[in-house]
Design a protein around this ligand. Structure first.
Ligand code: GDP
Length: 727
């Protein structure tokens, strides 16, 4: 049967009219995996619904144990709609915000996103995050409201209450959609979802039934029938009359755009190359005879085949033996094999034409986010928003013999997940992994141990702080060791708007200058300043206000190097600097190149930058997280105590369904170990989640203590740099 499905997929690949590339986006536990089970079983991919898919989709052992989906795994399936067979390429997305980078990448490969929301819990913070990620990529949403069985049998709701609850979920999701799409010029349809339009379905993934307006009309089933059948435990009949997979896949075929409709709209959003070129034409037309343009969204390891690059083919046809360019690298890579993903398994095929999701081996230089093409071209816009790791852990192979294998694995890990940063501490020989949260790092180290069989020792997780100035400065001077070169700088804090734009990737050095100027001005930067932007590093900006200084142009590369060194390790505790505008006002340079080399210029600039930061009252900031806990009311006190006891703040408590919801914030540092503490404090009855919420200045007394702790850990002098005396 499997073979037949593969053959059918191969046949359908050539007809973009009947292809839908989709993702399911959901808050963790809202039922994405269970829904996927239904779809695969409905499509005949697995014999029995249930645990089988969990095994197929959550291929990594740790994911099965945790019961959450971490890696974006992919499946292709077929579905008959209006007498025509359709090919549906489904990309799985992680439900945990710790893995946000993966979600954005997955969204770029698809044209439609099925948003799944638990009817009892309603839209959650991570629902909002995934909907935003989809819309930002120009991906059209539809909505499936899951776990409706619980409204009926547990909460004993009647038709009116149920309807009200569903309407409120739809309202919340639409508010988000409206807010994001209102000022998107390239979306001229109304993308809000509604029951009447058939863009909303609801049901129970667990009991495998679902309804939408078209299915209710076709079957004559109504709310009253559903409640009666569900209450009387007649779920099998419900399933037989309105099987969930048909309802959802019909919705996919009817409401999601096919590649021919989607690509002309989506390509300008993600590619800034010449829109009159043949390449652009090939992508607009989804042309299988055009040049290959393949966007890699995920790299995974296959023990037999090696690295597999998965992604969306916008133009051309992928075949074995092709030699293709990989963006950001010099040479070409040769394709070994092309295939489709059927669950955890990759099926090799002869060729994959434009408009599909393909799995390719042999692209050894590609990383998640690469553009792979037949001719050299402008790469796709970078997907990564500036990822700001908030936590670091050291890893060390228990046996020296494993060291080469560990280094290779770490290289692999950072290729697969660009939100992970790997650094090697040259002094101690220790490897540091930095990521988005405690769980993120835990998952990575478990993979090293289990999948690669490398026993490792890991250090305690350490929070990554930030340094930022609080006020503007007068001019400070930085002098080179030979005293022949001088740089004059001022510093001032950047506005929050500008920092946000940089963080979101809306302002970068990769974009055309004119566009960058406009974006900066729109975010509030004055015109003259926006015209003199020389460099952006992290969320810091260097402005060059000098005029006609001899040799400055040829020295600028070294100036930037000095600047980056200074900002990578701020003056307080050697932590990264954020949100600072540095203005180069003047410089004196030695006539002779030999006297203004790296050993002179870099330290001079570094000093000038650090002095200006100190003059600007640099402070230590710590990362904080939004925390939400859902808990039965009898455990409310101990649950909120877990936030308050961690230098946290409870902002809101309210009833939702049969549970209490507690919302608040707490520093990341204090949240280490939270999962086991909250479990024991609430007898395991709480569900919770966190989301990184930026950085906040620490209190003066705590700052001093923390700075000294960090300096000690890093082997820095145990005193603050001169002239920091304001504590
Ligand atoms: P995911 O994290 O989004 O992939 O969620 P899962 O599919 O793993 O589901 C999370 C939990 O909710 C599991 O225990 C499921 O059995 C349960 N669940 C999923 N769908 C339903 C449903 O429609 N009704 C009920 N009552 N439980 C469901």
């Amino acid at each position: 049967r499997r073979k037949k499905i593969v053959q059918e997929c191969e046949r359908l690949m050539d007809n973009p009219d009947h292809i839908r590339n989709i993702a399911i986006a959901a808050h963790v536990d809202h039922g994405k995996t269970t829904l996927t089970d239904n779809l695969l079983a409905g499509a005949g991919m697995i014999a029995d619904e249930g645990e089988a898919t969990r095994l197929m989709m959550d291929t990594e052992e740790d994911e099965q144990e945790r019961g959450i989906t971490i890696d974006a795994a992919n499946v292709s399936m077929t579905h008959e709609y209006e007498d025509t067979n359709h090919l549906i390429n489904l990309i799985d997305t992680p439900g945990h915000v710790d893995f946000g980078g993966d979600v954005t990448r997955a969204m770029r490969a698809v044209d439609g996103a099925m948003v799944v929301v638990d009817a009892v819990e309603g839209a959650m913070p991570q629902t909002e995050t995934v909907v935003r990620q989809a819309l930002r990529e120009g991906v059209k949403p539809t909505l499936f409201i899951n776990k409706v069985d619980r409204l009926i049998s547990e909460l004993q709701e009647g038709p009116e209450e149920m309807q009200q609850r569903l309407m409120s979920v739809i309202g919340d999701v639409n508010e988000l959609i409206r807010g994001m799409t209102d000022d998107m010029d390239d979306i001229d349809e109304d993308w809000t979802v509604s029951v009447e339009d058939g863009t909303v379905a609801f049901g129970s993934a667990l009991y495998r039934w679902g309804v939408s307006m078209p299915s209710m009309q076709a079957t004559g089933i109504d709310f009253g029938d559903i409640i009666e059948l569900e209450r009387n435990d007649n779920r099998q009949e419900l399933h037989d009359r309105t099987p969930l997979s048909d309802v959802v896949l019909d919705m996919v075929c009817e409401h999601f755009p096919n590649p021919l409709n989607a690509q002309p709209r989506r390509v300008p959003r993600i590619w800034r190359g010449d829109d009159e070129s043949e390449l652009a034409e090939g992508m607009r037309l989804v042309d299988p005879d055009g040049e290959v343009v393949f966007m890699v969204t995920d790299i995974s390891m296959d023990p037999h085949a090696g690295e597999i690059a998965t992604g969306r083919l916008f133009s051309g046809t992928l075949e074995k033996g092709q030699e293709l360019y990989v963006s950001g690298t010099a040479g070409k890579n040769r394709i070994q094999n092309v295939g489709l993903f059927m669950g955890g398994e990759r099926e090799e095929v002869e060729r994959v034409p434009a408009g599909n999701i393909a799995a390719v081996t042999g692209l050894r230089d590609a990383i998640a986010g690469s553009t792979v093409s037949g001719v050299e071209m402008t790469p796709f816009e970078s997907i990564e928003h500036i990822s700001e790791p908030v936590i670091t852990k050291s890893v060390e192979a228990k046996s020296m013999d494993d060291l080469p294998k560990l280094i290779e694995t770490l290289r692999q890990v950072s290729k697969e997940d660009p939100t992970i940063q790997i650094t090697i501490n040259e002094d101690t020989g220790e490897h540091l992994i930095s990521g988005q949260g405690e769980l993120h790092l835990e998952v990575i180290t478990q993979r090293i141990e289990r999948n690669q069989g490398i026993p490792v020792n890991t250090g305690e997780p350490i929070v990554v702080y930030r340094e930022a100035i609080r006020g503007a400065t007068d001019t400070v001077e930085g002098i080179s060791p030979n005293r022949h070169n001088r740089f004059y700088l001022t510093a001032e804090p950047l506005s929050e708007d500008i920092v946000d734009q940089i963080r979101l990737g809306e302002v970068s050095m990769d974009m055309p200058e004119q566009e960058r100027r406009e974006a900066l001005q729109e975010a509030g930067m004055d015109k003259d300043t926006s015209q003199n932007v020389e460099h952006i590093f992290g969320t810091n900006v260097l402005i060059d206000d000098t005029k006609g200084i001899q040799h400055l142009n040829e020295t600028m590369e070294l100036v930037i190097e000095g600047l980056e060194e200074a900002l990578d390790e701020g003056p307080l505790a050697g932590e990264p600097v954020q949100g600072t505008l540095l203005r180069l006002n003047d410089a004196r340079l030695h006539e002779d190149t030999i006297h203004r080399g790296p050993a002179q210029v870099i330290p001079a600039v570094r000093r000038a930058v650090h002095r200006s930061l100190i003059a600007g009252q640099v402070a230590l900031l710590e990362p904080i997280q939004d925390v939400r806990i859902d808990v039965p009311s009898e455990h409310m006190g101990s649950a909120s105590g877990e936030i308050q006891g961690r230098r946290g703040r409870v902002d809101d408590m309210y009833q939702e369904g049969d549970l209490m919801v507690i919302e608040g914030i707490a520093p990341v540092d204090e949240m280490i170990g939270f999962s086991s503490d909250i479990r024991s404090a609430t007898e395991g009855r709480a569900s919770w989640n966190t989301e990184n919420a930026g950085f906040r200045v620490m209190s003066d007394s705590l700052q001093r203590e923390t700075i000294m702790e960090i300096r000690e850990r890093k082997g820095m002098k145990l005193e603050l740099p001169e002239s920091i005396d304001y504590f």
